[in-house]
Design a protein around this ligand. Structure first.
Ligand code: NAD
Length: 343
């Protein structure tokens, strides 16, 4: 392919199963003939150990240039250590919208025919992780605190994104998920902004319903097909998107995108899966579906659709499934099956 027609994209394989599912993605994109020129750069724990920074300057520089990135999962130490490089990327590039579609890909699971999308605010709220200790008696770190904030402008931005996304994708309803019954100010500003924006600009164009986050979790577990598009704040969205993945077939098939005004970063919902890393059994589908979202974002909707069809055929016609989907395929045989469905 003529290299001048290729779009440069930063590729960050990450930690754990990241390099394994990235190898799968490279093979599949090659077979698809995707017009992408990869810039492979380090990110995560391995980058921290080798370069002293989980988000090395060269990786940041590459993304600054390309404005498009696909990343594998990163391993972040619990309760200490370096700040999540993903949270840093979301802040640095103002990637305010986290788009997480959850669809059932195969019959016979917990639920059938579910297709919902979670739109999560990505830069504010409790998840922004502005934390501090306060003294309690003799203990200098006796109390742990975190500053949570939601700005009116940030709420409006993500709500507008969700309403526009729902309309553009011919969805019927947006569910606004909050906890304004208890967090009357922090979550109240989000709910009030939703009501006001919907009345002002979206009434008659898209339906809106309101739901408290705990009730939403129960409804999603029991009747996920109730939902169409969900919009919510940062931490609620983080938790609900794993739940949505769980009710539609698991983390192995859940893709995601972080979208800003002039940059976008695509990644699977799942983490680095240290329990299966290096065993060659990780499911590459979540990474591949994130790749399909990247292609769509680049304007290559036809290629994205071909890729999704190939994944669907491999799973449902050829019964190619990794262990998390109840099969016996390795990452490599699953990748081969998908490549075969493309050709
Ligand atoms: P995890 O998502 O890595 O794993 C949860 C479970 O799902 C594990 O049993 C794992 O084997 C399984 N799983 C996940 N992806 C799979 C795949 N593609 N194929 C088959 N099975 C898969 O969550 P965790 O164990 O809580 O987190 C591990 C590390 O990942 C932590 O350091 C965490 O901070 C990090 N993390 C990173 C991201 C990210 O980079 N976006 C997201 C979540 C967690």
């Amino acid at each position: 392919m003529n290299s001048s027609r290729l779009t440069p994209v930063t590729l960050m394989p990450g930690d754990g199963i990241g390099p394994e599912i990235t190898a799968s993605l490279l093979q599949v994109f090659e077979a698809l003939g995707a017009p992408v020129q990869w810039e492979v750069v380090p990110l995560g724990l391995k980058a921290f150990e080798t370069c002293g920074d989980a988000l090395p300057p060269a990786s940041l520089e590459s993304f600054r240039r390309t404005r498009l990135a696909l990343k594998g999962p990163v391993q972040t130490p619990l309760a200490s250590g370096f700040r999540s490089p993903l949270v840093r990327l979301r802040e640095e590039f103002h990637l305010f919208a986290n788009l997480r579609p959850a669809r059932t890909l195969m019959p016979g699971g917990l639920h059938e025919n579910v297709s919902l999308t979670i739109v999560r605010e990505n830069t504010e709220g409790l998840y922004a992780a502005r934390e501090a200790y306060l003294p309690a008696g003799d203990d200098r770190e006796g109390i742990a605190t975190a500053l949570a904030w939601n700005s009116r402008a940030g709420c409006e931005r993500i709500l507008r994104f969700a309403f526009d996304h729902a309309i553009a994708h011919k969805r019927k309803k947006v569910t606004v998920v909050h906890k304004a019954n208890v967090l009357k100010i922090l979550s109240g500003i989000f709910l009030n902004e939703a009501r006001s924006l919907h009345t002002r600009e979206y009434s008659g164009r898209i339906d809106m319903e309101e739901m408290i986050v705990d009730a939403c979790a129960m409804k999603m577990a029991m009747q996920p097909s109730h939902f169409d598009v969900i919009v919510t704040t940062n931490l609620f969205g983080d938790i609900l998107s794993d739940l949505a993945a769980g009710v539609t077939g698991g983390l192995g098939i859940a893709p995601g995108a972080n979208i800003g005004k002039d940059a976008a970063l695509f990644e699977a919902v799942h983490g680095s899966a240290p329990d299966i890393a290096g065993k060659g059994i990780a499911n590459p589908v979540a990474m591949l579906l994130s790749g399909a979202m990247l292609l769509e974002h680049m304007g290559a909707a036809e290629l994205a659709s071909r890729l999704r069809q190939a994944i669907n055929s491999a799973i449902n016609e050829d019964q190619a499934r990794t262990a998390d989907l109840g099969g016996t395929c390795s990452t490599e045989t699953m990748t081969k099956a998908i490549v075969q469905c493309l050709t």
